[in-house]
Design a protein around this ligand. Structure first.
Ligand SMILES: [Zn+2]
Length: 284
C-alpha cells in the first residue's frame, strides 16, 4: 500500500536555496550525519541536541584528544560516522575497536599520512576538512566493496553541467544527478535498505525511494513505469527497482538520482551524489 504524506506535485519545486544548497548540504552532513543514534525512543546524544548549532571547533569533543584502540565516547562515535563519509565505513558504536582501527589505517593510507591506527587532534581536523570538501565536490577515497553498486545496469554517461547537483532549475536548484542512459535499462538499488516511498507525480514521474541501512536516503526518478518494489520492502545492493525512462518532468531518457541525509523530504537534505556514483561506477 502506498501512503505518501508529502503532497508535492513537483519535486524540483521545493528546493534548498540555490546558491547555498551545496554548502548547506555539506554543513548539514558535518553537523548532523555521524553522531545521532536515531534509536527508537529518542536515543540521540544528550550532549549534542539536534537543534544546537554545530560546534565547529570540536563536535562531540572530537579532536580534543588522541583516539586509539580502547577509546570510548561520543568523539569515537563522531569519528566512526566521519570515517563512513570518507568512504571507510565502520560500525558507529562509540567503541574504538579493531574494526575502527583498521578503517583509520585505511584512511591514513589513502591520504599518504602516518599509518598508526590512531587519530591525533591534527588528523581529526584533517579528516573533518576532507569530509567537508568531499561532500561538495571531490571524489571520496574508498576501497571496492560489494555493499554498493552503480544504479544503472548498462551504458551511461554523466551528462553535462546542467545534469549536476546544484545546477539551476528555473530559480531552484537541481537536487540530484542525472545519469543519461537508454530507456529500458534496469535501475537497481545501490545499497541495502528499505523502500520508503513508491509513486508517480508530474515532476519525478515514476519514482522509488530507499532508506539505506547506511542512514542515507536514495531516490530514483523518471522510471519507465511504476517501480517494481513496494513500500516497506527490503532491498539489497542490486535489487531491481524499475527501468530507465523519461516519465514526469523530463527531456531525454535518464535516471535522476538523489542522495539525502535522513530523510527524503522529511528532515533531511540532499547532497551531491556524483562522487559516490563515480566511485561505484569504477568497479560495478
Ligand atoms: Zn534530474
Amino acid at each position: 500500500m502506498q501512503k505518501l504524506t508529502r503532497p508535492f506535485s513537483d519535486p524540483y519545486a521545493v528546493a534548498v536555496g540555490c546558491a547555498l544548497g551545496v554548502l548547506l548540504a555539506a554543513a548539514v552532513l558535518i553537523a548532523a550525519a555521524p553522531a545521532f543514534a536515531h534509536a527508537p525512543g529518542g536515543g540521540s546524544d544528550p550532549d549534542h541536541p539536534r537543534s544546537a548549532p554545530a560546534k565547529r571547533s570540536s563536535p562531540m569533543g572530537f579532536g580534543r584528544r588522541t583516539l586509539r584502540r580502547g577509546s570510548r565516547g561520543a568523539d569515537v562515535r563522531y569519528l566512526q560516522g566521519l570515517l563512513g563519509r570518507l568512504g571507510h565505513r565502520t560500525a558507529v558504536d562509540g567503541m574504538y575497536g579493531r574494526g575502527t582501527e583498521s578503517r583509520v589505517r585505511s584512511w591514513e593510507r589513502s591520504v599518504d599520512g602516518r599509518v598508526d591506527g590512531r587519530v591525533t587532534p591534527g588528523q581529526a581536523s584533517e579528516m573533518r576538512r576532507r569530509a567537508a570538501v568531499g561532500a561538495r565536490v571531490e571524489p571520496i577515497a574508498d576501497a571496492p566493496t560489494r555493499d554498493y553498486v552503480f544504479p544503472v545496469k548498462g551504458p551511461h554517461s554523466y551528462g553535462t553541467s546542467v545534469n549536476r547537483f546544484g545546477a539551476p532549475r528555473g530559480g531552484r536548484s537541481h537536487q540530484g544527478h542525472d545519469i543519461m542512459a537508454r530507456a529500458g535499462l534496469p535501475v537497481v538499488s545501490v545499497t541495502a535498505g528499505r523502500v520508503s516511498a513508491v509513486g508517480s507525480n508530474g515532476g519525478a514521474g515514476n519514482y522509488a525511494v530507499v532508506q539505506g541501512d547506511d542512514r542515507r536516503d536514495y531516490a530514483y526518478y523518471h522510471l519507465q513505469s511504476r517501480a517494481v518494489v513496494t513500500r516497506g520492502q527490503r532491498v539489497s545492493a542490486g535489487t531491481p527497482l524499475g527501468r530507465v525512462g523519461c516519465t514526469g518532468s523530463c527531456s531525454g531518457d535518464h535516471l535522476h538520482f538523489e542522495m539525502w541525509t535522513p530523510h527524503w523530504w522529511d528532515g533531511g537534505s540532499p547532497f551531491d551524489p556524483l562522487p559516490y556514483l563515480r566511485q561505484w561506477d569504477a568497479y560495478s
